[in-house]
Design a protein around this ligand. Structure first.
Ligand code: C2E
Ligand code: MG
Ligand code: MG
Ligand code: MG
Length: 291
């Protein structure tokens, strides 16, 4: 009877083990092999100065193309990679690939282009993060000031003091740090004081309805003003329309990225679309009225 119950319980467990958990399990098995099987590719999204009309840099965004699953969204596999620790080798691959690519573009005649690479909280737990970054810069020959590392407030999730120390070491290498998704975490303001941050990235959730939602507009324009008064740079994310562009520009934000300019694309596609002669150019942007 007890045995039967046990078996029933087991069966109950097996049949009710939800699809999500099963899916996650097999996704994890696939993810463990993805790096070795060369299934990752980096896409690049232009970052534009709307005053000069020039592309000043690119954000590298990871894509996973699995032969059976197809394209898996970073929203799905990045959290899993963080949870399993796989983000550490994957992140190293991302940094190496991005640096190799930007070096190629530097040598092709755009020596000041920057590349922004996302770092996850888990990478800050590694003892050798700073050494790893240093090694990649040395091996690829990229000048540190052309590399920007994007972090979120989640880097403080494990150990704030340690994160602050590592950020200072990274800054001392000469690279730049940007605070991604700014405004969506908490304690943003106190972090600004303690983190060596060069750039604030206004989260796309504040940009989406910026022309119709008074609260979003107030938040976005306050972040722009805050960045300026603290002598930080500010980049708006999720700029999808000319109305977004105009509103942000009218409030003093000149660096932007978003579908209005271009989504993330493979390097070859970036070159095909934006490389004219030696320089990366945005096809004509609307003239901005000075403010
Ligand atoms: P993120 O760093 O905030 O990147 C911006 C996300 O917004 C990207 O999504 C990008 O494709 C998307 N995006 C760009 N322009 C627009 C726009 O105009 N409208 C809208 N609605 N979305 C836009 P993606 O590529 O799916 O990446 C999602 C997140 O995954 C990233 O957010 C980042 O947190 C993470 N991620 C991506 N690549 C890496 C990586 O190499 N390492 C780590 N640790 N995280 C990564
Ligand atoms: Mg980012
Ligand atoms: Mg973001
Ligand atoms: Mg994000």
């Amino acid at each position: 009877r007890a045995k039967e119950l046990g078996r029933n319980n087991h069966q109950f467990y097996a049949t009710s083990m939800n699809e999500d958990a099963l899916q996650k399990l097999s996704l994890e098995r696939f993810l463990r092999k993805a790096l070795g099987l060369n299934e990752f590719v980096l896409f690049y999204q232009p970052q534009v100065n709307v005053k000069s009309g020039k592309i000043f840099g690119f954000e590298a965004l990871l894509r996973w193309k699995h032969p059976i699953l197809g394209m898996v969204s970073p929203a799905t596999f990045i959290p899993l990679a963080e949870e399993t620790g796989l983000i550490v080798p994957i992140g190293e691959w991302v940094l190496e690939s991005a640096c190799r690519q930007i070096k190629g573009w530097h040598e092709a005649g755009n020596p000041h282009l920057t590349v922004a690479v996302n770092l996850s909280a888990r990478q800050f737990q590694q003892d050798n993060l700073v050494e790893m970054v240093e090694r990649v810069l040395a091996e690829t020959g990229v000048e540190p000031q052309c590399l920007e590392l994007e972090i979120t407030e989640s880097v403080t999730m494990y150990d704030v003091e340690r994160a602050i120390m590592i950020l200072h070491e990274l800054k001392n290498l000469g690279i730049r740090i940007s605070l991604d998704d700014f405004g969506t975490g908490y304690s943003s303001l106190s972090y600004l004081k303690h983190f060596p941050i060069h750039t604030l990235k206004i989260d796309q959730s504040f940009v989406r309805d910026i022309t119709t939602d008074a609260d979003d507009a107030a938040i976005a324009t306050s972040v722009i003003a805050l960045a300026h008064s603290l002598n930080r740079q500010v980049v708006a994310e999720g700029v999808e329309t000319e109305a977004h562009l105009r509103y942000l520009a009218a409030h003093g934000c000149v660096e932007m990225q978003g579908y209005h300019f271009s989504g993330p694309l493979p390097a070859q596609e970036i070159e095909a679309r934006f490389l004219s002669g030696k320089a990366f150019k945005m096809p004509a942007l609307p003239p901005l009225s000075e403010n």
